[in-house]
Design a protein around this ligand. Structure first.
Ligand code: 3HC
Length: 289
């Protein structure tokens, strides 16, 4: 079902820019919306850099990279989404902000059959759906970081999502983007984060307890279990603010201590140590690592 040719992406952070990049590379016209000009510029630069990296590594021709960029508009105007057939919201993991985006998109996006999707990691899709007058057209489409590399997309229908919305969103992820889809229930963390976040939090608790150094915890999982990166480096990649936000949503949903963010994570977020994106997390990225 290749019926979607124009998409919108709300947010040009780590996830939004990755989603925009893979979609533009797949030949789709993409409008990316950011809150202000500085964030919009940063998002465009991130996408350009990633495409250039693809060219340097011989994965993409310079012509294809230029063509992808030509299909991409980065703007600060949400109204630019009026003619979109699918809009994927990828703003910060903050419920109030996401509810506001869904309410506004519902008024702006003209086609009543257009799909409004969320890349949320952990917030209820049903709650986002009820902020619109088209809850049957709202679905979760959850990507993984780095989006151009990770092959998975979780598709999360809520109790009120129409079957054809789920089918069209699934076809977009598989047939257009070439991703593999897993279907998950509308429960905090879906499949992957429900397993991953307790693991990341355990590694942080282990570091906090003085059990082992950050390097040794990470080397343990890389060399002992063949993970591509250790849990602390992965938490830095995901973003410590995002890790905390996802853990908080899961703790609120399940009330289980294994989802409770440990004090070390809270203090690092308080201090602005968000991981790779801020230059400092469990590791120092200020020397261009
Ligand atoms: N864009 C395009 N390609 C990229 C890329 C990017 N941003 N980043 C890496 N790559 C490609 C490289 O070109 C390289 O391809 P090649 O092997 O064909 O040359 C390949 O990925 C490996 O990259 P590098 O050699 O630069 O580095 P590494 O081998 O260290 O891999 C990594 C980096 C891909 C990040 C790898 O360590 C990895 O997969 N880590 C695990 C990431 C993970 O678990 N992500 C999920 C997080 S959870 C999430 O996102 C959900 C959220 O809700 C919390």
């Amino acid at each position: 079902m290749g019926d979607i040719t124009r998409i919108g992406v709300i947010g040009a952070g780590l996830m939004g820019s990755g989603i925009a990049e893979v979609t533009a590379k797949a030949g789709i016209d993409v409008v990316v919306v950011e809150a202000d000009a500085t964030a919009a510029d940063a998002g465009r630069t991130r996408i350009e850099k990633s495409l250039r990296r693809g060219v340097d590594k011989g994965k993409l021709s310079a012509e294809d990279a230029d063509a992808a960029l030509a299909r991409l508009t980065v703007t600060t105007e949400l109204d630019a989404c009026a003619d979109r057939e699918l809009v994927i919201e990828a703003v910060a993991e903050n419920e109030a902000v996401k509810l506001d985006v869904f309410g506004r998109l519902d008024s702006i996006v003209r086609d009543p059959d257009a799909i409004l999707a969320s890349n949320t990691s952990s917030l209820p899709i049903a709650r986002l759906a009820m902020a619109t007058r088209r809850p049957d057209r709202v679905v979760g489409l959850h990507f993984f970081n780095p989006v151009p590399v990770q092959k998975l997309v979780e598709v999360i229908p809520s109790l009120v999502t129409a079957d054809d919305t789920t089918a069209r969103a699934t076809a977009f992820a598989t047939d257009v983007l070439g991703k593999t889809v897993v279907r998950a229930a509308d429960r905090a963390g879906f499949v992957v984060n429900a397993l991953l976040i307790p693991y990341l939090l355990s590694a942080i608790r282990m570091l906090e307890a003085g059990h082992a150094s950050a390097e040794d915890i990470d080397n343990g999982m890389v060399l002992g279990c063949a993970h591509p990166m250790g849990p602390l480096r992965l938490a830095d990649l995901v973003g410590l603010d995002t890790t905390k936000a996802v853990a908080d949503s899961m703790y609120e949903e399940y009330k289980e201590p294994l989802y409770a963010a440990p004090p070390l994570l809270l203090r690092m977020v308080d201090a602005g140590h968000y991981g790779r994106k801020s230059g400092r997390g469990f590791y120092d990225y200020t020397r261009g690592e």
